[in-house]
Design a protein around this ligand. Sequence first.
Ligand code: NAD
Length: 321
Amino acid sequence: MLIVTEQTCQEVVGREHAFEAVEKVFAAMARGDAYNFPVIREAIGHADAVYGFKSGFDRAGLALGVKSGGYWPGNMEKGLTNHQSTVFLFDPDTGRLAALVGGNYLTAIRTAASSAVSIAHLARKDAKVLGMVGAGHQAGFQLRAAVEQRDFERVVAWNHHPEMLPKLEQVAREIGLPFEAVEREELCARADVIITITSSFEPLLERNWIEPGTHISCMGTDTKGKQEVAADLVANATLFTDEIVQSVSIGETQHAIAAGIITGGDITSIGDVINGTHPGRSSEGEVTLFDGTGVGLQDLAVASVATKLAEAQGKAQIVEL
Ligand code: NAD
């Protein structure tokens, strides 16, 4: 059995590895070669924590396992990140534990890779302005992965807590892009691609603010009740997602579904676009929206890559069970 630490994951797994792994597994899901098992997520009645599992099996990539973890709101005071997770990989031929992999950094880069894959396949080729809604832990990862997909010239950003924006501005500076803090309506008017990555429970973006041709990646809504954009904005866009079952239940489309203004049949798996069985964007004026809900198979895909790279570079610890 191999142990791959958080530190090693950061050393061996780059954005390009995460992009390739996530794109491949979305394609496998759409072909029916990979499937996610039902998600468990429970308030445990201790430390205000929410804990759960995301798991699945990718027959094409031979990744079997589970990400175990959750959210501990008091961790910050202890010098730890609030989100904590660990990935367990099993040998699909024998069921033996194959690897224990730190999941915190991997969660951030697999989530950033998800919206980056959607931008690569759905955004207009001439997109120049990236709009960031949110400036928390994930936002910097999102920004770095997104700007590698198009020739972006500027970042415009808004956050509910404006004091968090300078940290995101620093990321844009490191990449060499001008950064402006703006109001939400202006952000929508100027951005060609918008990423939402917040823990909001109410719509932050209105339908009539969105310009024709915009691509929106909604990445923050991963739980029942959360919401980042108006339900009629969702209904007015051409919809894509990582997994339809999750999108309609815990993702951004849940509110438009509940309002009865769309059905699951209006949503396309991004894997179909990757596989070429759906054309993706059909015109320059179309508004495309990707609902990135976050699936266990993404975690298994990047953890498998981390394990292979760490082993090849002699950075994995070997332990006999
Ligand atoms: P974080 O706690 O570091 O940051 C939270 C962000 O949400 C900040 O920008 C904060 O200002 C904003 N925010 C908080 N309350 C708000 C409100 N009432 N209205 C609007 N904005 C508000 O969290 P993070 O790690 O950056 O994660 C952001 C979101 O992404 C969370 O909801 C998290 O659950 C979700 N997430 C999704 C995936 C996925 O695969 N889709 C993966 C990881 C995290």
